[in-house]
Design a protein around this ligand. Structure first.
Ligand SMILES: Cc1ncc(COP(=O)(O)O)c(C=O)c1O
Length: 379
């Protein structure tokens, strides 16, 4: 099946009771046993639920994995993945990752004794230099949030494997339509399904996808033990959202390219970060490992904080809000919003400064979006 067909059908046709076309919402905490030790495959919703299973099979197929687990949020996906490791293990991470990821790494360092090194992954030698005998994983966020840096999943996964570590990729920014890390050699993919996979800004969720059987067994154990599985209704909403993922991603990208080209021409813009622009430093790598450039971009304002605030306050269609990947356009100030919790020194080092604005470009009419931004720049 082609990806677009998988988005609509994978995992879905399950209702043998009434042959419903759409997966029912099994809004139940528990399931009746047919006899002692005999169930119809489900006994308790924390462990598994048929609505959740449908979504898990769908996402596993989209990512070309063997197994997926869907979970309460993107952060829950990251937290559960960290439970693959133990006290004293060392993880090398992208240095400009999502602020919540860095906060959780810091928390787990404090309470579980994890060691985390933040590295500029554009430089593969830097990764090699940071490998230690206890390095167990390389954590890759590409494109990174909010700077849209691109990191080479295949090359970095090879470095991890050469050193008996695994690679984890946060694929939230692109979705499996635009990037499939398992095909490039990664071991674990995590998602905030709150974003493009659901796509309608009406649910919070996460997913973890693996290919190797030993990781799948452990994943199933961890999600049940931690009690983080996604609620059936939320899983149903994400399954519904995914059916339009392919046309949505195309529409996001078309609009994002138009917005990026518009921003490049503004005198009030110092720099536009969008991997689809030919002058993006990793444009060629993005073309090689991605199937599209996505709908996220950021830019640096050529002016002081008053100019930044004026733009943030003046858009009418772009709402000032956290999150991304929904059908509606959002504008955000990473330094004080999505990355507010990030370690200050790290934030400054990687360039998440007060002049940076991030846009999640929605699927509205392109001309309305450009007019909205034009008005905000010229107020
Ligand atoms: C790249 C990335 N990963 C993970 C998360 C966390 O997802 P959630 O908000 O669903 O917990 C986010 C949230 O913005 C994100 O941008």
């Amino acid at each position: 099946m082609q990806l677009q067909t998988k988005t609509v059908h994978a995992g879905v046709n399950k209702d043998t009771a009434y042959n419903s076309i759409i997966t029912p919402i099994y809004q139940t905490s528990t399931f009746r046993f047919e006899d002692i030790g005999k169930t119809k495959g489900y006994d308790y919703t924390r462990t598994a639920n048929p609505t959740r299973t449908a979504l898990e099979e769908n996402i596993a197929q989209l990512e070309n994995g063997s197994c997926a687990r869907v979970i309460a949020s993107g952060m829950a996906a990251i937290a559960a993945t960290l439970h693959f490791f133990k006290t004293g293990d060392h993880i090398i991470s992208t240095n400009d990752c999502y602020g919540g990821t860095e906060r959780l790494f810091r928390l787990y360092s404090e309470i579980f004794g994890f060691q985390i090194s933040y590295v500029d992954m554009k430089n593969l030698d830097e990764i090699k230099k940071n490998i230690k005998p206890n390095t167990k994983a390389v954590w890759i966020e590409t494109p990174s949030n909010p700077l849209l840096n691109i990191y080479d999943i295949q090359a970095i996964s090879e470095i991890a494997h050469d050193n008996k570590a695994i690679s984890v990729v946060d694929n939230t920014f692109l979705s499996p339509v635009n990037q499939r890390p398992l095909e490039l050699g990664a071991d674990i993919v995590v998602h905030s399904t709150t974003k493009y996979l659901n796509g309608h800004s009406d649910v919070v969720g996460g997913a973890i996808v693996v290919k190797k059987q030993e990781l799948a067994d452990r994943l199933h154990y961890l999600v049940n033990a931690l009690g983080q599985g996604e609620a059936p209704f939320d899983a149903w909403l994400v399954l519904r959202g995914i059916k339009t993922l392919v046309p949505r991603m195309k529409a996001h990208e078309e609009n994002a390219i138009a917005v990026a080209l518009f921003l490049e021409k503004q005198k009030d813009v110092l720099k536009v970060n969008y991997p689809g622009l030919e002058n993006h430093p990793q444009h060629e790598l993005a073309k090689k490992q991605q199937f599209g450039f996505g709908g996220m971009l950021s830019f640096e304002v050529n002016g002081d904080i008053n100019k930044v605030n004026s733009i943030l306050r003046s858009t009418k269609i772009f709402s000032l809000a956290e999150s991304l990947g929904g059908i509606e356009s959002l504008i955000c100030h990473p330094a004080t919003m999505t990355h507010a919790s990030m370690d200050k020194a790290l934030k400054e080092k990687v360039g998440i400064n007060d002049r940076l604005i991030r846009l999640s470009v929605g699927i509205e009419d392109k001309n309305d979006l450009l007019e909205d931004l034009n008005n905000a720049f010229n107020i």
